[in-house]
Design a protein around this ligand. Structure first.
Ligand code: FAD
Length: 424
């Protein structure tokens, strides 16, 4: 029995893949298993879902939305994909506060790893979580929130699945809104000069830049009035890009010659649609990804140093960097903890080598005070986690108290959090 993640870089051989439809079925599965991991949509690049024990999918679980009286919060089934959740919210007149690039992830999977979009004033999806119904290692169910089992709540806001199985999650939502998306090409130097102004003027701003390109694709999103049916379904057409990637796979040296021509000066698109349709894009060309969250003031220096290193070594990095922003938060394991962040994603075409590239670039991001996205490629050790996360000790104490036999750990997480027991 094999399970693979989205990019194909993680393959697991669980003893069993369980697809419970009810909480009673899930309780029976969890109570009898010695090792359990939950998989959402398998969109993590790190081996977070890897296990030789029981792999659980909640995608078939029953459930429904339950709004608070003022409709500012909603309990949602944790296994629902963001696609299903946001469509159901829209039908009820609500939208998520922010979303990332794609929407197949499970709500719980996205929250468990601190998945985020962009926006200087906006936190990750984990910051929207207000409460959890959680199945513990013995199959019992508890709820936690700021007012009820607050330590368990703090740990579960970004838990990598180590504190239990989220069954439903209460999240903050906004009244449904439309977004205007603008996608334009600009010189990199111009965007650097205007960055603070752009960050302040747009609810969401980000850009993509190829390591050998001089122009960026700038993308902004802002609330707007409705303008009728959405005609263009995706932000960018990546068919030509796929061809470039395949060419560079057989002739990597061409990467630096082709890339300067990919982003022309003429890119200029605008569309308006429901927020839940505008936020996510189709990403059809498979890649592997590393992402570091830098203190915001260090973002540009880290990006420019990484690009200079790639150019100097003539390295074949076929995908663009993605540069985003996120607000500081107070979540124990969040890479944005106490630090407004500039987020730099480094991608490589999935068919091309990435391990050495990422490991070397990680040195640059680390030297600029970066902390990695937990779901994306990194090489942190338990000592690094202690050094980077002042609250790691609190997280570990809560984890050990709720799961002393490490039923919910796996080898990767045992190594990261120095967990002893049956996990490794
Ligand atoms: C194409 C692509 C685009 C992406 N875009 C972004 C982006 O814009 N921003 C960003 O920040 N990240 C992004 N990511 C990363 C992605 O959001 C995270 O990897 C996220 O965790 C994936 O959700 P998932 O449902 O696939 O979770 P999985 O990868 O399946 O699992 C992730 C973690 O969640 C845990 N988990 C899942 N369900 C539960 C549950 N019910 N209870 C407890 N724990 C649970 C798992 O055990 C695991 O530890 C992207 C990834 C891809 C492949």
């Amino acid at each position: 029995m094999t399970w693979t993640n989205w990019s194909g870089s993680v393959a697991a051989s669980p003893r069993e893949i369980a697809r419970p439809r009810t909480e009673a079925e899930l309780t029976a599965t969890v109570a009898r298993a010695t090792k359990v991991r939950v998989a959402g949509a398998g969109h993590s690049f790190m081996p977070l879902c890897e296990t030789d024990g029981t792999l659980v999918s909640l995608s078939g679980m029953e459930g429904a939305l339950a709004f608070s009286a003022d409709r500012s919060r909603v309990w949602a089934p944790a296994g629902w994909s963001l696609a299903k959740l946001t469509e159901a919210l829209w039908a009820e007149g609500a939208s998520l506060i922010n979303q990332g690039d794609v929407n197949p992830q499970a709500l719980a999977g996205a929250i468990a790893t601190g998945t985020h979009g962009t926006g200087a004033e906006l936190g990750s999806l984990s910051t929207a979580a207000r409460g959890f119904r959680l199945m513990l290692a013995d199959g019992s169910i508890v709820t936690c929130s700021e007012g009820e089992r607050p330590d368990l709540f703090q740990a579960t806001r970004l838990s990598l699945g180590l504190t239990g199985i989220a069954l439903s999650i209460e999240i903050d939502v906004l009244p449904a809104y439309h977004l205007e998306e603008r996608v334009e090409s600009h010189p990199l130097a111009e965007i650097e000069a205007r960055w603070d102004e752009l960050a302040a003027a747009n609810r969401h701003v980000e850009f993509f830049v190829f390591p050998y390109g001089e122009r960026v694709i700038l993308k902004t999103l802002n609330p707007a009035s409705e303008e009728g049916p959405l005609k263009q379904l995706n932000d960018m057409d990546d068919r030509a890009f796929r061809v470039v990637c395949d060419v560079c796979t057989v002739a990597p040296w061409l990467t630096r010659h082709l890339q300067p021509h990919i982003v022309g000066a003429g890119v200029r698109q605008r569309r308006v649609g429901p927020a839940y349709r505008i936020f996510p894009s189709d990403r059809t060309v498979k890649f592997e990804e590393m992402e570091y969250e830098l203190p915001r003031a260090n973002g540009w220096a880290a990006l420019k140093e990484t690009i200079a290193w790639i150019r100097k070594r003539k390295l074949p990095v076929t995908f663009p960097f993605e540069f985003r922003l996120a607000a500081a938060d107070d979540i124990w394991l969040s890479p944005f903890n106490a630090t407004p962040g500039a987020s730099i994603s480094m991608h490589q075409y999935a068919k091309m080598p990435w391990r050495t590239l990422f490991a070397e670039a990680e040195q640059i991001f680390g030297a600029h005070g970066g902390r990695p996205h937990w779901a994306k490629r990194h090489t942190l050790t338990a000592r690094d986690v202690e050094a980077l996360y002042p609250h790691a000790g609190e997280f570990k104490r809560v984890r050990a108290a709720v799961d002393p036999n490490a039923k919910f750990a796996n080898a990767h997480l045992a190594q990261l959090f120095a967990i002893e027991g049956n996990a490794a």
